[in-house]
Design a protein around this ligand. Structure first.
Ligand code: G6P
Length: 607
C-alpha cells in the first residue's frame, strides 16, 4: 500500500519518478501524483487512477531535475484527485509525499483552520505541507523537524521546497524509507523495487531518522534534534531481474515456478543431518530456551495465517507442544493473555502488515517472546521481533503469495524439527524429516511440471460462481489456503470447510453447480475422506480430488490430481502447489489482472 519515489540528478525527474511508481503498482493504490522542482518553481500533477493515466496526462512543461512521487491507497478520504499526494502548502512551495498514518491529524487540521489556513484535501498528510511551510526555521531540515515535532503517528516521507531546490528531505518513523546512491544522481523510495534498476547501493533509514539528499550524496540525522547519525550506503545483494516478470505473463506465474529454487534457498545451511536437527542461528535461542517453550502461538494474516495453521500442526506433531495459529488482525482486540513460556511466532512475507506488527507489539509489551518468520530482511516486523527465521524467497511481487508461502512452511518445518529434537523427537525421526525436506524441492518441481494437465480443470472451476475446498486435520489449512488463492485472484466465492463438517451444514449447498476441491492424502483419514466424497457425488456435486497414488476413490466420479508423497508431516505443502495452479489458470481464463487483484494490496500497512 502507498509508495514513495524521488529523484535528483541531471536527468529529468518526472519520467524516472513515474517509472519507479509503476514498479510499486503491485503494492496496491488508487491514485498517483508527482511534483518536480524546475526553474519556475514547484510543479504538481496528481489524480485518481493508474500511474499510466498520470503519465499520459502530464502537462507538456513539466521539466525539473528534482522530483517526488507517490501512489496512494485511500485511508483518510476517498480516492479523489484532491486527496492524491503530493500535498502542497497554500503558497505552492512545499510538496510532501507520505506513507503511514498521522494519529493527531484531526486536531492539527482544526488548529490550522483556526489559524486561517485553507485545507484543500481530506487527508492527514496535507497538514505536514502546511506545518513545514509555517516553520520559522531557516533550513528545510529544521522546518521538517518542526513539523514532525507536532505530529503523532507513523511515516515514511519525502519533502521538497522551492526555496531549497537542491534537496529532498526524507524521514522515517515506522514506514520504510530507502536512499539510493547513483552516479551523480540520487534516489529515494519506500521500496527497493522502485529503484533497483538504477542502483543497488542504498542506505535504509531507521525510525527517528531524517536525511538530506542532494545530487551529490546524503547525510542522516535524528529528526528530533538534527544531530548526525552518520549513516553510509552499502551494496545490497539483490538481483534486479527478481523484479522483472521476464518471459512469464505475470509475476505470480514466475514466482510459482521459482519455488523449487527458492525452497532450496530456505533450507540451505540449516539442516544438520548428523544430529537430525535444524540450525536456526537467527532465532537466538539455545537448547535451554527451546526446552522452556510450553506452547507455540502463531500470528499472521491471510495466507500467512493459513500456513501458520499448517505450521502449528507440524510443531504439535513433531515437538508435541500445544500449538495453534490465530489471525493477527484479531489478536490484540481480545486482550490476549501473554504467557512467559509461550513462544509467539509472527509470520509475514512483507514484514510490514500492520495487523501482524501490532500483534507483535502487544506480545512484547506484555513481556512475551516473539520471533519472526519474515521474507523481507530488515522490515518492520523483523526488527520488532526478538529473533527469527528469514525466508530467503527473494522478492515476491504478485499479491497472491506462492514462493514465500512455501518457504514459510519450510521455516515452520525447521522450527518444529529444532523444538522436537530438544524434546522427544528421535534422531531417526529427525533424519527421516531431513531426508523428506531434501526431497521436497524436486517434488515441488514435479508438481509444477504437471501444470498443463491442470489448465482444463481450472477453466471448468472458473465457470462456477461458488465452490468448496475441503480437507481434514493436516489438509484443512491447505483447503483454507486453496480457497484463499482462488477467491483472491478469480473473484469466485470459494469457501473452505473441514471435510468432517460437510454433513453438518454445507452439504445442503452441494449441487451440479457447486464444485468441491477435496484434499485426500494417503493418510489414516483417507477412508473417511473418501466416504465424504461419496456423499458429494451422490448429490451430483462435481469433484476435483488432490490425492496420492494408491488412494482408492472407489466409484466416485472425480477429476484426480495426483501429487508425489513425502513424509506425511510434510505433505501439506505438496498438496498446496496444485491449488496455486488451479487458482492461477482459473483467473487467467477469466482474463483478470492476476498480479494486482481488485481491492487487495501486497502490503497492508493500515488497519
Ligand atoms: C494481504 C494479502 C494476502 C497476504 C496478507 C499477509 O492481505 O492480500 O495475500 O497473505 O496480506 O501479508 P504478509 O506480507 O504479512 O505475509
Amino acid at each position: 500500500m502507498c509508495g514513495i519515489v524521488g529523484y535528483l540528478g541531471r536527468q529529468d525527474a518526472a519520467p524516472l519518478v513515474l517509472e519507479g511508481l509503476a514498479r510499486l503498482e503491485h503494492r496496491g493504490y488508487d491514485s498517483a501524483g508527482v511534483a518536480v522542482l524546475g526553474r519556475t518553481g514547484l510543479k504538481l500533477a496528481k489524480q485518481s487512477g493508474r500511474v499510466r493515466d498520470l503519465a499520459d496526462s502530464l502537462p507538456k512543461r513539466f521539466a525539473g531535475t528534482v522530483g517526488i512521487g507517490h501512489t496512494r491507497w485511500a485511508t483518510h478520504g476517498p480516492a479523489t484527485d484532491a486527496n492524491a499526494h503530493p500535498h502542497v502548502d497554500e503558497a505552492g512551495k512545499v510538496a510532501v509525499v507520505h506513507n503511514g498514518i498521522l494519529d493527531n491529524s484531526a486536531a492539527l487540521r482544526a488548529a490550522l483552520t483556526d489559524a486561517g489556513v485553507t485545507l484543500s484535501s481530506d487527508t492527514d498528510t496535507e497538514v505536514l505541507a502546511h506545518l513545514v511551510a509555517r516553520s520559522a526555521s531557516d533550513t528545510l531540515e529544521g522546518k521538517v523537524r518542526d513539523a514532525l515535532a507536532a505530529v503523532v503517528g507513523t511515516y515514511g516521507l519525502a519533502v521538497v521546497h522551492a526555496d531549497f531546490p537542491d534537496r529532498i528531505v526524507v524521514a522515517r518513523n515506522g514506514s520504510p524509507l530507502i536512499i539510493g546512491v547513483g552516479d551523480k544522481e540520487m534516489f529515494v523510495a519506500s521500496d527497493l523495487a522502485a529503484i533497483v534498476r538504477h542502483t543497488t547501493t542504498v542506505a535504509m533509514l531507521d525510525d527517528g531518522e531524517l536525511a538530506t539528499v542532494t545530487a551529490g550524496g546524503f547525510t542522516t540525522m535524528r529528526h528530533s534534534d538534527l544531530s548526525a547519525t552518520g549513516k553510509s550506503a552499502s551494496e545490497v545483494d539483490v538481483d534486479a531481474s527478481a523484479y522483472d516478470a521476464g518471459d512469464h505473463e505475470s509475476f505470480m506465474h514466475k514466482e510459482m515456478l521459482e519455488q523449487p529454487v527458492t525452497a532450496r534457498a530456505a533450507l540451505r545451511g540449516r539442516l544438520d543431518e548428523r544430529f537430525g536437527t535444524a540450525h536456526l542461528g537467527g532465532l537466538d535461542m539455545d537448547a535451554r530456551d527451546l526446552r522452556a517453550v510450553r506452547r507455540v502461538k502463531i500470528l499472521g494474516c491471510g495466507s500467512a495465517y493459513y500456513v501458520g495453521q499448517m505450521g502449528a500442526a507440524l510443531i504439535e506433531e513433531l515437538a508435541r507442544i500445544p500449538a495453534d495459529a490465530e489471525a493477527a488482525s484479531e489478536f490484540r482486540y481480545r486482550d490476549p493473555v501473554i504467557e512467559p513460556d509461550t513462544l509467539y511466532v509472527a509470520v509475514s512475507q512483507s514484514g510490514e502488515t500492520i495487523d501482524t506488527l501490532l500483534a507483535v507489539q502487544e506480545v512484547r509489551r506484555k513481556g512475551g517472546r516473539c520471533v519472526g518468520l519474515v521474507n523481507v530482511v530488515g522490515s518492520a516486523i523483523a526488527r520488532e521481533c526478538d529473533g527469527g527465521i528469514y525466508l530467503h524467497a527473494g522478492p515476491e511481487v504478485a499479491v497472491a503469495s506462492t514462493k514465500a508461502l512455501t518457504n514459510m512452511f519450510l521455516g515452520f518445518a525447521l522450527l518444529a524439527l529444532q523444538l522436537g529434537r530438544v524434546r522427544d523427537l528421535s534422531i531417526a525421526d529427525g533424519k527421516r524429516l531431513i531426508a523428506g525436506l531434501e526431497r521436497l524441492p524436486e517434488q515441488i518441481a514435479e508438481v509444477l511440471a504437471g501444470e498443463s494437465d491442470l489448465v482444463e480443470v481450472a477453466q471448468t472451476l472458473a465457470g462456477a460462481e461458488s465452490l468448496f475446498f475441503i480437507g481434514r486435520v493436516r489438509g484443512y489449512p491447505v483447503a483454507r489456503e486453496g480457497a484463499q488463492k482462488f477467491k483472491e485472484i478469480s473473484y469466485r466465492h470459494a469457501e473452505a470447510y473441514q471435510t468432517s463438517e460437510l454433513k453438518h451444514g454445507p452439504l445442503a449447498l452441494i449441487s451440479p453447480d457447486v464444485p468441491t476441491v477435496a484434499l485426500v492424502p494417503a493418510d489414516e483419514l483417507a477412508e473417511r475422506n473418501v466416504a465424504a466424497l461419496h456423499e458429494i457425488s451422490a448429490r451430483s456435486g462435481p469433484l476435483v480430488v488432490v490425492t496420492h497414488e494408491g488412494v482408492d476413490l472407489g466409484e466416485v466420479d472425480a477429476r484426480r490430481i495426483v501429487v508425489p508423497r513425502n513424509e506425511p508431516e510434510l505433505d501439506p505443502i505438496l498438496l498446496t502447489i496444485p491449488l496455486q495452479l488451479l487458482a492461477y489458470h482459473a483467473a487467467q481464463h477469466l482474463g483478470l489482472d492476476i498480479d494486482k487483484p481488485r481491492n487487495l494490496a501486497k502490503s497492508v500497512t493500515v488497519e
